[in-house]
Ligand binder design. Structure first.
Ligand code: BEZ
Length: 236
């Protein structure tokens, strides 16, 4: 059973598993309805719980920023459509958090009372709960390929600025053909890939391309302007 769970979890580089679902915004054929766009499929444990509510306030209010980056959000929890609708209405009408209020969720929230999608995407972690999804995010590119997966436990709310950084990072990697160092933000220097041989790396150390700075043969960086990095999202 444990082996099956691990074996069937989608991984980075896999095609996003397909499913049809009912959502708060009608039915969705996933991921084909999002073909040509980035999409973040994310789960939360339960409706009407405080941490999940705080996350929806933040993520919901950031949805237009993600949209500008050609990215759509799709939420999921093991709950019914009616529960989702009632919870989102309560959030809109009553909840205030970090100066936000009257937040409307303009993205679909999947009814996964059957747990079919949560199981398919490895969102059920029995050590946390047999019946609720953990806080998972799948970043899926315009070709329907899973590019990053993030998991948080149930009691810890996510940092959505970091999730935006992941998206912008993936788009920058694709457009600019670079790798990004720890804590990279648009405007920061990017890593230059190692040449295939040690000799070529030594040669690069001796004749560094303009703008490239190497502190050793395996550690070279070059500038990438914020504008160039940010264009990454708009172009796709
Ligand atoms: C919450 O959203 O508050 C929550 C949900 C499940 C477990 C712990 C916290």
């Amino acid at each position: 059973m444990e082996y099956e769970t691990v074996r069937t979890m989608p991984r980075i580089g896999d095609k996003a598993p397909e499913f049809k679902a009912t959502t708060t915004q009608g039915s969705v054929l996933f991921p084909s309805d999002y073909s040509g766009k980035w999409v973040i499929l994310f789960s939360h444990p339960s409706d009407f719980t405080p941490v999940c509510t705080s996350e929806f306030m933040l993520f919901g209010s950031m949805a237009p920023e993600f949209e500008k980056l050609n990215c759509r959000l799709v939420g999921l929890s093991v709950g019914s459509l009616y529960s989702h609708i009632a919870w989102l209405k309560n959030i809109h009408e009553k909840v205030e958090f970090k100066g936000l209020k009257n937040v409307r969720m303009n993205f679909p929230l999947i009814d996964d009372i059957s747990m079919n999608v949560a199981r398919m995407y490895g969102m059920i972690h029995p050590g946390e709960s047999d019946t609720k999804a953990v806080r998972a995010l799948f970043f899926i590119d315009p070709k329907g390929v899973i590019r990053a997966i993030v998991y948080y436990p149930m009691a810890l709310g996510r940092n959505f600025d970091e999730m935006k950084r992941v998206l912008v990072g993936l788009q920058t990697i694709d457009r600019c053909g670079v790798a990004l160092p720890a804590d990279w933000r648009p405007g920061d220097e990017v890593m230059v890939a190692n040449p295939p041989t040690y000799e070529q790396a030594q040669e690069r150390m001796e004749h560094q391309p303009a703008g490239t700075v190497c502190s050793d043969w395996f550690f070279c960086m070059r500038p990438l302007s914020k504008e160039e990095a940010e264009k990454a999202g708009r172009r796709m």
